[in-house]
Design a protein around this ligand. Structure first.
Ligand SMILES: C[S@@+](CC[C@H](N)C(=O)[O-])C[C@H]1O[C@@H](n2cnc3c(N)ncnc32)[C@H](O)[C@@H]1O
Length: 306
C-alpha cells in the first residue's frame, strides 16, 4: 500500500547534523540519518540549507516481497538511489532488481541527465520510504569527478566543478570571469581550462603554472575594495574568499545592483557558528540557490544567474 506523506525528508550532513537540527527545529533524526518534518501550511520550505538531499515528494510503501517493492519503484520511474541504515541485505536485493544507476566518477564538463533520481530507504522488512523527486540531481546527493592530480594547485576546483554541473552551464571561450580569493589557483585553473578570460584577485600569489595559462591575469588586491565598475562588465563572478558572510553579502549586493555581471557562484564560509541570518538573506535574492555541495565543508554555495 502506498501512502503519500505531507512533509519532506532531509538527509543530514556528516559533521553538520546540529546545523540541520537547528534549521528544522528537530533535535534528533526520525529514521537513521533521515529527518522527517511536517510542513505547517504557509511555512517556508526553502529555508533548509544544511542537508545533503531533500526528499520532496515522500511516500510510505508497505509491501510483501522484495519483488513487489522493486516493481512499485520501477513503476514510478527509472532512477532510484538507496540510503539504507537498516535491513542492508534486503535493501541490496531490492536495489538489484532496479535499473542500474551509475555512481562512477564523472569527467568535467558533464551534463547531468534531466531524468530525476529518486531516493528510498527501508524502515523495516516490509516498510519503505521513498521520494521520486529530490533537491539534488545526484544519487544520494553524492557526485565525484575524475580528478586531475597534476594541473590544479589545490583540490578546491572540485567544488567549482560540482557547482557548475548543478548550474547546468559554465563559462565558455572568451567569457570574462572574476575569481575573487583565487590563490593558489584551483578555480582559476578550472576556468582557464574552459577557455575563459580570468582576472584572479588575491593578496596572495597564484601558483606559477596557473598564472602562465592563457587568459589568466592576477591582481594583488583586496577583492572587496574593488568596485564593479573597475572590473566589469563580466559574464561570471566567482568568490571563494574566507570572510564573514555579511561582508560577502554587502559586496555581492553592489555587484547585483550594478548590473555588470550575469552569473555568480560564491562560497558562504562560516566562521565558527553558522550564520543562518545572512544565509537567508542570500537565499531571498530572487533567482538564488543556496546549497551545501558534496564538496563543501563548513560552507554553503550561493548561485545566481540571469
Ligand atoms: C579558500 S582560499 C581560495 C582557494 C581558491 N579558490 C583555489 O581554488 O585555489 C581563500 C583565499 O582568499 C584570499 N583572501 C582572503 N581575504 C581576501 C580579500 N579580502 N580579497 C582577496 N582575497 C582574499 C586568501 O588569500 C586565500 O587565498
Amino acid at each position: 500500500m502506498l501512502t503519500p506523506l505531507t512533509g519532506q525528508v532531509y538527509e543530514g550532513l556528516p559533521g553538520f547534523e546540529a546545523h540541520l537540527q537547528a534549521e528544522l527545529g528537530i533535535p534528533t533524526p526520525s529514521w537513521g540519518p533521515l529527518y522527517y518534518r511536517e510542513h505547517p501550511a504557509g511555512r517556508d520550505q526553502g529555508s533548509c540549507f544544511w542537508n545533503q538531499n531533500i526528499w520532496r515528494t515522500p511516500f510510505r510503501l508497505t509491501f510483501g516481497s522484495i519483488a513487489e517493492a522493486a516493481a512499485a519503484l520501477r513503476g514510478i520511474q527509472r532512477n532510484w538511489a538507496p540510503t539504507l541504515f537498516t535491513q542492508f541485505r534486503r535493501g541490496a536485493l531490492i536495489q538489484a532488481q532496479l535499473p542500474f544507476l551509475s555512481t562512477k566518477p564523472r569527467p568535467f564538463p558533464w551534463t547531468v541527465p534531466a531524468s530525476p533520481v529518486g531516493a528510498w530507504t527501508l524502515l523495516d522488512a516490509h516498510t519503505l520510504i521513498a521520494s521520486a523527486h529530490c533537491s539534488s540531481p545526484f544519487p544520494g546527493g553524492v557526485i565525484t569527478f575524475e580528478e586531475d592530480t597534476k594541473g590544479p594547485p589545490s583540490r578546491a576546483y572540485l567544488k567549482l566543478w560540482e557547482a557548475l554541473v548543478r548550474f547546468r552551464t559554465w563559462p565558455g571561450p572568451g567569457d570574462r570571469c572574476l575569481d575573487a580569493g583565487a590563490s593558489p589557483g584551483g578555480w582559476t585553473w578550472a576556468l582557464a581550462r574552459l577557455g575563459a578570460e580570468v582576472t584572479a584577485v588575491d593578496r596572495a600569489p597564484l601558483a606559477d603554472r596557473v598564472l602562465a595559462m592563457p587568459g589568466v591575469r592576477w591582481i594583488r588586491h583586496d577583492a572587496f575594495t574593488l568596485k564593479p565598475e573597475d572590473l566589469g562588465p563580466l559574464e561570471w563572478l566567482f568568490c571563494d574568499v574566507i570572510c564573514y558572510p555579511p561582508r560577502l553579502y554587502e559586496w555581492i549586493r553592489r555587484w547585483l545592483d550594478s548590473g555588470l555581471c550575469s552569473n555568480f557562484i560564491c562560497t558562504i564560509k562560516m566562521q565558527g557558528k553558522p550564520d543562518f541570518e545572512t544565509t537567508r538573506r542570500f537565499a531571498a535574492i530572487p533567482g538564488s540557490r543556496v546549497v551545501h555541495l558534496y564538496h563543501n565543508k563548513h560552507e554553503l554555495t550561493w548561485m545566481w544567474g540571469v
